[in-house]
Design a protein around this ligand. Structure first.
Ligand SMILES: NC(=O)c1ccc[n+]([C@@H]2O[C@H](COP(=O)([O-])OP(=O)(O)OC[C@H]3O[C@@H](n4cnc5c(N)ncnc54)[C@H](OP(=O)(O)O)[C@@H]3O)[C@@H](O)[C@H]2O)c1
Length: 175
């Protein structure tokens, strides 16, 4: 059984479609069903469900607001991913969580590799980098996937963001 957290987000939404198409059994949760910042609730939730893989799609993704909401950002992007790793370890499940290319400062002139040292600049990217470290220290059956963009139709997505930018651009042109 696969447990998805943050299932209503872009990644979680599309992941459900793929797992469904592959006839794989999964439980989809978002914060209403399972708040990943509450480790006791997570422990209780996974009990007797034979979970063998946890895929964490939940995150704090408001890069700009994170500069003010530092605590919330670290809670969701660093400590909760670590706690999910600990729970996965306790139940013997494998664990996948997502990070970002923002863990690098972008100054390298050739493509980044897994071995490159992180150099995060913002609160969001520092929290993500801390999350990666904590997760990998907590459980050796953890996989951290660094991605630069997620393209999907759910939640705040690339399309709605660019449409907003285009609209603002049009308004500027008119003005
Ligand atoms: N979007 C991108 O382009 C991008 C780029 C680089 C990396 N990533 C990473 O890729 C992963 C997936 O991103 P995404 O774009 O699919 O994210 P997303 O659309 O923002 O989805 C995250 C989901 O997690 C939920 N959530 C928030 N707090 C929670 C909590 N305490 N417990 C459980 N669920 C909670 C959110 O609910 P609410 O929406 O109601 O808050 C939302 O449904 C994340 O780790 C993200 O950092 C994304």
């Amino acid at each position: 059984m696969i447990l998805i957290t943050g299932a209503n987000g872009q990644l979680g939404h599309d992941l459900q479609k793929i797992l469904h198409a592959e006839n794989l059994e999964f439980i989809a949760t978002d914060y209403k069903e399972l708040d990943i910042t509450n480790i006791d609730a997570v422990r209780e939730f996974v009990k007797d469900k034979n979970i063998d893989l946890i895929i964490n799609c939940a995150a704090y993704n408001n890069v700009d607001k994170a500069e003010e909401e530092v605590e919330m950002c670290y809670k969701l992007n660093a400590y909760a991913p670590r706690d999910l790793a600990l729970v996965a370890k306790e139940i013997g499940a494998e664990y996948i969580t997502y990070s970002t290319d923002f863990v690098f400062d972008g100054s390298k002139k050739t493509p980044y590799t897994e071995e490159d040292k992180v150099s995060p600049l913002s609160v969001y990217s520092k929290a993500k980098a801390e999350g990666e470290k904590l997760v990998l220290e907590a459980y050796d059956k953890s996989f951290v996937i660094r991605t630069s963009w997620v393209f999907g139709i759910a939640n705040n997505n690339f399309n709605s963001a660019t449409r907003f930018v285009m609209k603002s651009y049009d308004m500027l042109k008119v003005a």
